[in-house]
Design a protein around this ligand. Structure first.
Ligand code: GDP
Ligand code: MG
Length: 191
């Protein structure tokens, strides 16, 4: 696995989380370039994408994709550390992906910084005739965890921008840590 880049100067880290095949990788080009890539590959290793938001509080953020890593749950700790935002994704046409939301959310909350925020995305809304999760079930989950919900489609782009704008609006402001870049203070040193 590629070692995650721990440099925070590129903006806050936002991770896309949820079960395999819900559309996490497909949502990234939708967010960043407003396009849909149907042939996403589930290769392992973390990938991250700098994204210029237009939001003055968060001019750039880093979008982190699991790139297939969701199969190896033990690696999540590294992935979630320092993530101040998460897009928690399930597939509206796959009930199991909805049931698995709880464990994803719990892991994220356990491993991420205390001020981190989460937004819920029910993806593949374009496949309306195949929807397998009821509005009531989604609402119950939303209420239980106090999450804002967006019904999205990486294929058509429905609600993807709105979801991201909302997430940016609740994302904690981070102060860039510059002191680490300064040379060490040699005063009082030996020799
Ligand atoms: P990931 O495993 O969560 O990263 O899921 P992917 O982004 O690789 O998507 C899994 C499959 O679902 C791919 O075949 C995508 O083309 C397809 N897919 C993703 N998002 C959507 C969507 O909004 N609508 C439809 N119809 N298909 C989607
Ligand atoms: Mg993927």
């Amino acid at each position: 696995m590629q070692t995650p880049n721990l440099n925070q100067n590129n903006g806050s880290r936002i991770v896309l989380i949820g079960s395999t095949s819900v559309g996490k990788t497909s949502l990234i080009p939708r967010i960043v370039e407003h396009k849909f890539d149907q042939f996403t590959t589930p290769t392992t290793g973390t990938s991250f994408f700098p994204y210029t938001t237009g939001n003055p509080d968060h001019p750039t953020v880093q979008l982190w994709d699991t790139a297939g890593m969701e199969r190896y749950r033990a690696l999540n700790r590294v992935f979630f550390r320092e993530a101040v935002g998460a897009i928690l994704v399930f597939d509206l046409t796959n009930y199991q992906s909805f049931e698995e939301l709880n464990s994803w959310l719990n892991e994220f909350i356990t491993e991420s910084p205390p001020n981190s925020v989460v937004v819920l995305a029910g993806n593949k809304s374009d496949l309306s005739e195949k929807i397998a999760v009821t509005d009531e079930e989604i609402e119950a989950f939303q209420n239980e965890h106090q999450l804002k919900y967006f019904q999205t489609s990486a294929a058509t782009g429905e609600n993807v921008d709105d979801m991201l704008h909302f997430l940016l609006s609740i994302l904690p402001k981070t102060t860039v840590e510059t002191t680490a870049l300064e040379p060490p203070d040699n005063e009082g040193g030996c020799c």
